[in-house]
Design a protein around this ligand. Structure first.
Ligand SMILES: Cc1cc2nc3c(=O)[nH]c(=O)nc-3n(C[C@H](O)[C@H](O)[C@H](O)COP(=O)(O)OP(=O)(O)OC[C@H]3O[C@@H](n4cnc5c(N)ncnc54)[C@H](O)[C@@H]3O)c2cc1C
Length: 427
C-alpha cells in the first residue's frame, strides 16, 4: 500500500507554478516570466541564463567579459521556478510536457503553455559546411570563435611558409546580416589589436571576407546606412562579395559561387536562423518556414491554452503589414503583451519598430532611431546606450559599463583560453 502511494506520488506530474509553463528561457521566455512577476511561472530551459545576443559580438572580441552579456534567470525572474533541462515532448490533451533533466525524465503539468523555443542556425546542403563551418549563435560559439581566431594567430606565427601564414590569417564570414557584419567587424579589431604582439606576422596579408547571396549587406536597414557600413568595411580592406554564394568549404579552402577560391582555415556561418525543429514533432500548426502559427493575441491557432512568441513563432503585428522579424526588440514587446494576455482580457499585439542599431567595431556604428539616421561615432554611441538601457538588471549594466570603460583605456586581452574546457586528467 505504501509502495503504491509512493509510486503514485512519483508518477504524478509536477505542476507549473501559477499554472504557467514557459518552454525556453531565451529573450522571449525570460521576459514573459519576468513580466508575470509575483503571479509566478515555471521556466524550462537548457541554460540557467538569458543571453543578451546583441552583445555577443563584443563578447567574442573581448571588449566584454562573456559572463556579462548573460543574465541569470533566477535573478531576472525571482518569482519564477526554473527547471534546467530540455523539453522533448508535449501532450496537448493531458496538458503536460516531458522534460529531460540531469536527474532523469520529469513530467510537468500546465494550465497555460508558452512556447518560446527560439531558433537554430539555418544551414544549407553545402559540401563541407557541417564539418568545417563555425556557428555564431550561442555564448559557447562566441567564446569558441574568439579562441579560434587567437589560435590562428599563434599557428600563423609558428608556420614555416608564407602561404600557410596567409591561410591562417584569412577569415571568411558567410551571411551579411547583423550577426555576420558585427562579428566580422569586432573580430577584425581584435585581430588587429593582437597582431601588434606578433612582429613576425606584420608583413603577412590579413584577409577578412564577407559573403552574402543578397545584393546588399545588412538588408534589414535603410540603404544609405547599409552603404555606409559596406564602405566602412571596405575602407578596412574587408572584401565584400554580394550576390555571391558559398559553394563548398573544406579544412583549408572556401569556394565561392563566382569561382573565387579562398585559402582559409576559418569559415563562420551567419546566414540566418530557422525555427526550432522540435516544433515539427508536436502536431502544432506551422507555416511554410516551420514557425508556429499564432493569432494576434499570440495564441496558437486552434489551441486555447497554448501560446507562442519569439523566433519560433509567426507573429502577426497589428501595427505592421508583415509578421514580426526574429529580433530581440520584437520578442520583448511580444512577451509584454503575452504576459498581460495570460492574466487579463487578451488584447491584440501591435508594435511599431522604433529603430535599428549595430556596431561596426571600435567607435563605429550605425543607428536609425525614430527616423533619424546616425553613423560613425554617434551611431556607435547610440547603439551602446540603447543596449545598456535594454540590458536587464542594474548589476549587469554596471559590469558592462566597467568592461567598456576598461576597454577605452586598454587594448583587448589576447590570451587564448581554448583549453580551459578540457582540463588534463589526473595521473
Ligand atoms: C549573434 C546574434 C546577434 C543578434 N543581434 C541582435 C540585435 O542586435 N538586435 C536584435 O533585436 N536581435 C538580435 N538577434 C536576434 C535575437 O537574438 C533573437 O531574435 C532573440 O534571441 C529571440 O528570442 P527567443 O526567446 O525567441 O529565442 P532565443 O533567445 O534563442 O531563446 C530560445 C531558448 O529556448 C531554449 N530551448 C531550446 N530548445 C529547448 C528545449 N528543447 N527545451 C528547453 N529549452 C529549450 C534555449 O536554450 C534558449 O534559452 C541576434 C541573434 C544572434 C544569434
Amino acid at each position: 500500500m505504501a509502495i503504491c502511494a509512493m509510486l503514485g506520488h512519483m508518477s504524478a506530474p509536477r505542476q507549473a507554478r501559477g499554472g504557467v509553463l514557459v518552454v525556453g528561457g531565451g529573450f522571449a521566455g525570460a521576459y514573459v516570466a519576468r513580466e508575470l512577476g509575483g503571479r509566478g511561472a515555471t521556466i524550462v530551459s537548457k541554460e540557467n541564463f538569458m543571453l543578451y545576443t546583441p552583445l555577443l559580438p563584443e563578447a567574442a572580441s573581448g571588449t566584454l567579459e562573456p559572463r556579462h552579456c548573460v543574465v541569470p534567470l533566477r535573478v531576472m525572474c525571482p518569482h519564477a521556478e526554473l527547471i534546467l533541462g530540455s523539453v522533448n515532448a508535449v501532450d496537448l490533451e493531458a496538458r503536460t510536457v516531458a522534460v529531460e533533466t540531469d536527474e532523469g525524465p520529469q513530467t510537468v503539468g500546465w494550465r497555460e503553455l508558452v512556447l518560446a523555443l527560439g531558433a537554430v542556425p539555418r544551414t544549407l546542403p553545402i559540401p563541407g559546411l557541417s564539418e568545417h563551418a563555425l556557428s555564431f549563435k550561442s555564448l559557447a560559439d562566441a567564446i569558441n570563435l574568439r579562441n579560434h581566431v587567437l589560435h590562428q594567430l599563434e599557428a600563423a606565427d609558428a608556420a614555416l611558409d608564407e602561404a600557410e601564414r596567409a591561410r591562417r590569417l584569412t577569415f571568411v564570414f558567410v551571411g551579411a546580416g547583423y550577426a555576420g557584419v558585427e562579428a566580422l567587424a569586432e573580430l577584425s579589431d581584435l585581430a588587429e589589436d593582437a597582431l601588434r604582439y606578433y612582429p613576425r606576422l606584420r608583413a603577412t596579408r590579413r584577409r577578412w571576407v564577407l559573403v552574402d547571396a543578397a545584393p546588399r549587406i545588412l538588408p534589414e536597414i535603410p540603404p544609405p546606412l547599409g552603404d555606409y557600413a559596406a564602405a566602412e568595411l571596405r575602407s578596412r580592406e574587408v572584401e565584400v562579395h554580394v550576390e555571391t554564394t558559398l559553394v563548398s568549404v573544406s579544412a583549408g579552402e572556401a569556394v565561392l559561387g563566382d569561382g573565387t577560391r579562398v585559402p582559409t582555415n576559418t569559415l563562420v556561418w551567419t546566414a540566418g536562423v530557422a525555427p526550432n525543429p522540435l516544433l515539427r514533432e508536436w502536431s502544432l500548426p506551422l507555416d511554410e518556414r516551420g514557425r508556429v502559427e499564432v493569432d494576434e493575441l499570440l495564441r496558437v491557432s486552434g489551441h486555447e491554452h497554448v501560446w507562442a512568441l519569439g523566433d519560433c513563432a509567426r507573429v502577426p503585428n497589428t501595427r505592421s503589414d508583415r509578421p514580426d522579424p526574429p529580433t530581440c526588440q520584437h520578442a520583448l514587446r511580444q512577451a509584454r503583451r503575452l504576459a498581460r494576455n495570460l492574466v487579463g482580457p487578451p488584447e491584440p499585439y501591435g508594435y511599431r519598430m522604433l529603430g535599428q542599431v549595430a556596431t561596426l567595431g571600435r567607435h563605429k556604428g550605425i543607428a536609425e532611431v525614430l527616423g533619424l539616421r546616425l553613423r560613425g561615432f554617434l551611431g556607435w554611441w547610440v547603439t551602446r546606450s540603447y543596449h545598456l538601457y535594454q540590458l536587464p538588471l542594474a548589476q549587469r549594466k554596471a559590469r558592462v559599463v566597467v568592461d567598456w570603460t576598461v576597454s577605452l583605456f586598454f587594448r583587448r586581452d589576447i590570451a587564448e583560453l581554448g583549453q580551459l574546457g578540457h582540463p588534463e586528467k589526473l595521473g
